[in-house]
Design a protein. Structure first.
Length: 593
């Protein structure tokens, strides 16, 4: 019997060798510094891909055995290869529709350069359109360490209507913009917002969230949109911009004034044509204050959530993941750190419970915007009540942001099986946060090390394009250095991560939030072939340069979706931005000067 068993073992071993030899790679990357994020096989120099899966990871000689006459060979020439980045909180569906209209100040190093860009764009923007700078920047990134003045904005833009959004705290309208929107001395302030007026009662052009961002959202929604063909082009270019930063997966968090299904038509069409260049599960964001339950009941009737989530990986994923990040407007604790923390109304609990109860009963995952610990305490009270009546039983749910969450509440989240998606908002707002809450509070906001120690599912995101930049490397830089974009080291040393820890949060960590970590976020045989070749050596580059990292080659689902420099030959051609006056044609996206 023992002889027979041994013979069977030998035969199985030989069969596995033959099977492996018969498998051939569609693409092989050689001579790379491969950061696998696989604890069992941490480093390698080559990767073989077959179709949309990783076939093998190892030495050059080992992996080249998978080569045949049709295999595409990419010589990395010593460059670093990592798993594709996964942004767990980004607004691609909304951001893509407007990307070509927006002048990005993300990464601009001086205010004088930002104002020069503003002037140039105002001169080329045609009548009927606006110049718009829509988030992704902070005054602390500028050498001047200050905001532009309304006089400077008016001088730069002249008669071209202009809207400039600064985080979710305020926005600037030039004189032409005020005239275009008909904002005068008699225009009333919306609830939770302020139209600043001078001593003569005339609007200055400053719109302030006090602290509700509705005044900013609603004003922006009045600006003209692109045509359908331009929106398709805009969304494709925004995804290409993300690919250039190494992003291959995104969880879209919905957004204000983003209606389902109407405003999803562009990404829906691209998905049908298999033209999405990021994986894109998305959440549905309630739009009607006081009637959010009606929204979700309607959407639950429209969408079979289980059928949506069983999507074949051979095509880029695009489906409804669940509800949020806004579940009810009464639970919105906006992070305008220039203003006091908002006290949520007493009706919040009953409204939130009604919505979460319906979502849980229908097995819809949910996510919830939550900045402050005081809000999180009340949210958890609601979730615990729902759980007693209808057990969550492993249902996917998580909080977004959680800057000031307490250890006690982290433990409650862990017990309920929840997760947290953190964003680099503090990289843009640390100085403002400190001015209100102090440096001690900022040093542990959010308490990332405690989240890791407690074992909560933890993903990384950006909250681009409005609150912060869509560049995930700013987030990784923030996690590693504990610094703001202004260079202030505000995070405690104990709350800073090493480079591999930070990279894991922006790859497998984000995947874990929606139970996808078993087939992505690691360079390992059998996992999805989402890979990024970096512009610099991530493990040795000066920490200050991490935020300037780019991709030289981005592979999604086994296919190249982006290439630059000598690797551009492997990538599809990138079209010009439409319309021709688009700032993208003159400045690109994320800036570095």
């Amino acid at each position: 019997m023992r002889i027979i068993i041994n013979q069977i073992v030998v035969l199985l071993f030989l069969f596995s060798i033959v099977s492996a030899a018969q498998k051939k790679a569609t693409m092989i990357v050689t001579n790379a510094k491969v950061i696998t994020l696989d604890d069992a096989n941490q480093n390698a120099e080559a990767v073989a891909i077959s179709g949309n899966k990783i076939l093998g990871v190892g030495s050059n000689s080992m992996i080249l055995k998978y080569k045949n006459s049709s295999t595409i060979i990419v010589d990395a020439k010593g460059r670093t290869l990592i798993p594709g980045l996964y942004d767990s909180h980004l607004h691609v569906i909304r951001g893509g529709r407007f990307y070509n209209t927006e002048l990005r100040w993300d990464g601009v190093k001086t205010l004088s350069r930002a104002l020069q860009m503003l002037k140039e764009q105002a001169e080329r923007t045609p009548e009927g359109q606006w110049v718009r700078v829509v988030g992704g920047w902070s005054e602390y990134q500028f050498e001047e360490k200050r905001l532009p003045t309304l006089d400077e904005i008016n001088r730069a833009t002249g008669n071209t209507p202009t809207f400039i959004l600064h985080l979710y705290g305020e926005a600037y309208l030039n004189k032409a913009g005020l005239l275009k929107l008909g904002i005068t001395e008699t225009t009333p302030n919306p609830k939770g917002g302020l139209i600043q007026k001078d001593i003569l009662g005339q609007p200055t052009g400053l719109l302030v969230a006090e602290p509700n961002a509705f005044i900013l959202y609603s004003t922006l929604s009045k600006l003209p949109e692109l045509s359908e063909s331009e929106k398709l082009n805009s969304t494709l270019l925004f995804m290409t911009e993300l690919n250039s930063l190494g992003v291959t997966s995104v969880i879209d968090a919905g957004g204000g004034f983003q209606n389902f299904p109407e405003d999803y038509a562009i990404t829906e069409e691209l998905a049908k044509k298999n033209q999405l260049t990021v994986r894109l599960p998305y959440y549905l964001f309630a739009q009607k204050p006081g009637k959010e339950l009606e929204d979700y009941q309607h959407w639950i009737g429209m969408v079979d959530i289980e059928e949506q989530q069983v999507k074949k990986e051979e095509v880029t994923e695009y489906y409804v993941e669940g509800g949020g990040e806004n579940l009810v407007s009464s639970a919105a604790d906006f992070e305008n750190f220039t203003k006091p923390r908002p006290d949520l109304p007493e009706v919040m609990e009953s409204q939130l419970k009604n919505v979460i109860a319906v979502l849980v009963k229908n097995r819809w995952p949910f996510r919830l915007h939550a900045t402050y610990n005081e809000s999180i305490t009340r949210f958890l009270n609601v979730i615990e009540e729902v759980n007693k009546e209808t057990p969550l039983n492993g249902l996917v749910w998580f909080f977004d942001h959680a800057e000031t969450v307490s250890v006690e509440n982290l433990k409650r989240i862990k017990v309920l099986g929840g997760g947290i998606s953190i964003q680099h908002r503090m990289a843009y707002q640390a100085e403002t946060f400190i001015s209100r809450y102090g440096s001690v509070a900022a040093s542990d906001s959010p308490p990332i090390r405690k989240m890791i120690e407690i074992g909560i599912k933890l993903g990384g995101g950006t909250d681009g394009t409005r609150v912060a930049s869509y560049n995930p490397w700013v987030g990784i830089y923030w996690l590693v250095t504990g610094k703001s974009m202004g260079g202030l080291e505000f995070a405690a040393k104990a709350n800073q991560l090493d480079r591999i820890e930070a990279l894991k949060i922006y790859t497998q960590g984000s995947a874990s939030l929606v139970n996808q970590e078993k087939n992505r976020g690691v360079i390992k045989a059998g996992f999805l072939a989402d890979l990024v070749m970096l512009s610099e050596d991530y493990q040795t580059i000066d920490a200050e340069k991490i935020k300037d990292m780019r991709s030289f080659l981005t592979i999604l689902n086994g296919k190249v979706v982006y290439g630059s420099g000598e690797f551009i030959k492997f990538a599809p051609k990138v079209p010009k931005a439409l319309p021709i006056w688009s700032p993208v044609n003159f400045y690109g996206g994320y800036q570095n000067k």
